[in-house]
Ligand binder design. Structure first.
Ligand code: FES
Length: 255
């Protein structure tokens, strides 16, 4: 079968260059067997335009650095075969994140700040003792935590999220899933009031407008809808509300 001639329209802009204006640049490439967007972008960069910026590290859907809008949908470029796409392919940087240049965005700063907002570490008062054995937990618990811990921080869920585009402070599916991950962890002893303060706000779970595109576009298939519903239900529980009213130290006011 004759190979297809692909037309790429790629977003170009360098915000650090005062002379740069956002525009789409067209490139043409002959499709090869099992070609991915990573292969295509590398060929364009090596054979046509070394100034093109994009991010890749692992090429196996692990590092989360290659998220971009592919014909309008957030996807990992290293895992997207050109054969799944029409001959005309538009590539844009993920919205919501700070643009570095062309297809490269700064997801790292957002995820680091989000981790600080939700205190993304196990809270325990137990003193560290290097002589004690690992704390054991039932396999089902460990599996449940692992399921919520598979996020590769690619940012596709945030780019797909309508609420995040309207509210830059929204914790979003990625931030709320992180909260759920620590709620599932029996080693974490943070007071309920702390979690309530972060979750039960317009920047928390009440910011969600319910489209749930996060779940549609997460390349790892993370369970956003069930966890968002779980957090919403939990905010209605008496124990959570009263813990908050009792005036326990809040995560939000510390940070
Ligand atoms: S290059 Fe690592 S996820 Fe695509």
């Amino acid at each position: 079968m004759a190979s297809r001639k692909l037309t790429f329209n790629i977003f170009r802009h360098n915000p650090h260059d005062p002379g740069s204006k956002p525009h789409l640049q067209e490139y043409h490439l002959e499709e090869t067997p099992r070609m991915t967007l990573f292969t295509a972008l590398t060929r364009i960069q090596e054979e046509m335009d070394p100034s093109l910026n994009f991010d890749f590290v692992c090429r196996s859907a692990i590092c989360g650095s290659c998220g971009m809008l592919v014909n309008g949908r957030p996807r990992l470029a290293c895992r997207t075969r050109t054969a799944e796409l029409p001959k005309k392919i538009a590539l844009l940087p993920l919205p919501f994140f700070r643009l570095v240049a062309d297809l490269s965005v700064d997801t790292g700063s957002w995820f680091r700040e989000m981790g600080e907002r939700v205190h993304s570490w196990v809270h325990t008062d137990r003193p560290f003792d290097s002589q004690t054995q690992e704390e054991r937990m039932p396999n089902e618990k460990a599996q449940a935590i692992y399921e919520l811990d598979r996020c590769i921080e690619c940012g596709c869920c945030m780019a797909a999220c309508a609420a995040a585009q309207m509210n830059g402070n929204y914790l979003g599916p990625a931030g709320l899933l992180r909260v759920a991950r620590f709620l599932a962890d029996p080693r974490d002893h943070r007071p309920d009031g702390e979690v309530y303060e972060v979750v039960a706000t317009e920047d928390g779970v009440f910011g969600c407008v319910g489209f749930l595109a996060c779940e549609d576009y997460c390349p790892k298939g993370l369970p956003f809808s069930t966890q968002l519903a779980y957090l919403r239900r939990k905010t209605a529980l008496k124990g959570w509300r009263s813990a908050h009213k009792d005036g326990q130290a809040s995560i939000a006011s510390e940070s």
